[in-house]
Ligand binder design. Structure first.
Ligand SMILES: *[C@@H]1O[C@H](CO)[C@@H](O)[C@H](O)[C@H]1NC(C)=O
Ligand SMILES: *[C@@H]1O[C@H](CO)[C@@H](O)[C@H](O)[C@H]1NC(C)=O
Ligand SMILES: *[C@@H]1O[C@H](CO)[C@@H](O)[C@H](O)[C@H]1NC(C)=O
Length: 362
């Protein structure tokens, strides 16, 4: 809160008006746009950022290779922010690529710099590569939580109560001046890195402690309102393998890199009922979205130039647009639709794969 705004807030509290606009977190409050009735989220998946201009691109065409580095990832985010003017930017893990990172703090600062300097609120979760240099997962997340304009949080109830680092939820309120009740809820979870159970190979999974936290939070939120919700994390759930070209939008060009066991989070989501779509990264050359049991399971599509990809297949980003119902008398109602599309990193940031994820049923 700025100094002038602080003084105005203090005055208005003294005369007992309008103190709802003066809470400590006012600058971080997420709201739908009062002109468009929309809330727009830009997902950035798998930046794999390392050392800036010293880090070459992977899987670009031979003629692109000499002029391509992490700075192309930076440029792509800047162009996406300019084109979309999102209300929130979500980084779904593998934000930095630990093994190639000389200094993880410098890498994170550079990777998130376009979000920080845009003044747009942003949120991040961890992937499986973020901790693969000199900082632990806890320390990586701690650094992120301390950055400017981020809404990222370490964990509810302190660090040690639930598994992982960076499990939190955010509430999006209606347009300016509306009730302070949440009309859209967002969940962020740490899907882990690698299995630590010797008899189970492969990637990590969302643990029971995290699922209890999610269940409790969802139940509490649903007592107040029936707001739809979205979930963001890194590693796809095993249920992402339920689809083929006949029932998804986008492409599948590699296997589904989920854990080798199913920890039941999809069932937990279906039971809770509020989450309408899940967004992950991890598999860079899959970018599809398909629906199972009323929940859309979506990939962001690989964003980062220092991440494996497919030469000649453009890096891309997913946008989600939640829209409020436009009442006949000119006011905004509750969320009426949730739609998505992607933009590819070509000259025009071409929009592809427009898709409706959810429509309110009367
Ligand atoms: C990377 O950025 C450079 C400098 O802006 C540009 O010339 C080059 O075409 C970009 N490469 C790719 C693959 O986008
Ligand atoms: C998608 O279609 C395939 C058959 O082509 C079917 O086996 C699968 O169950 C379908 N998935 C969903 C989620 O409907
Ligand atoms: C518009 O109608 C809704 C009910 O549909 C009501 O809650 C709201 O107060 C009305 N707004 C105005 C500006 O009249």
């Amino acid at each position: 809160m700025g100094r002038l705004q602080g003084i105005i807030c203090l005055l208005s509290i003294l005369v007992l008006i309008n103190d709802a606009t003066c809470s400590r977190n006012d600058e971080q409050r997420l709201r739908f746009d009062k002109n468009t009735g929309q809330f727009r989220i830009l997902q950035v998946a798998d930046m794999h950022y390392a050392n800036g201009n010293k880090t070459p691109c992977e899987d670009v065409l031979p003629e692109q290779f000499p002029f391509c580095s992490d700075l192309n990832t930076t440029l792509f985010i800047e162009r996406m922010i300019h084109a979309e003017k999102p209300d929130l930017i979500v980084f779904t893990g593998d934000n930095i690529y630990g093994p190639d990172t000389a200094d993880p703090v410098a890498s994170m600062n550079a990777a998130f710099a376009p979000a920080v300097s845009s003044n747009i609120p942003w949120a991040a979760v961890l992937g499986n590569h973020d901790q693969e240099s000199t900082l632990s997962r806890q320390d990586v997340m701690k650094h992120i939580v301390g950055m400017k304009h981020t809404l990222s949080r370490l964990n509810p109830f302190g660090v040690d109560v639930i598994d992982g680092f960076g499990n939190y939820n955010l509430q999006v309120q209606g347009t300016e001046g509306s009730d302070s009740v949440s009309v859209l809820n967002l969940y962020f979870l740490d899907s882990g890195d690698y299995s630590t159970v010797s008899s189970i190979p492969g990637y990590g999974w969302i643990k029971p402690s995290q699922q209890f936290w999610f269940q409790e939070t969802s139940m509490k939120l649903q007592k107040n309102s029936k707001a739809p919700a979205l979930a963001y994390f890194h590693i796809p759930l095993p249920e992402y393998s339920s689809f083929d070209v006949s029932n998804f939008t986008g492409v599948k060009q590699e296997g589904i890199g989920s854990a080798s066991v199913n920890s039941g989070f999809f069932t937990t989501l279906v039971e809770a009922g509020d989450v309408k779509a899940v967004f992950t990264g991890h598999d860079h050359i899959n970018d599809f979205c398909g629906e199972l049991n009323g929940i859309s399971l979506c990939y962001g599509g690989g964003f980062g130039y220092h991440a494996y990809g497919k030469a000649g297949w453009s890096r891309r980003a997913r946008v989600v647009v939640a829209a409020l119902e436009n009442k006949l008398n000119g006011s905004w109602g509750t969320v009426e639709s949730i739609k998505t599309y992607k933009r590819v990193d070509d000259e025009d940031l071409t929009v592809i794969d427009n898709q409706v994820l959810w429509i309110k049923t009367p």
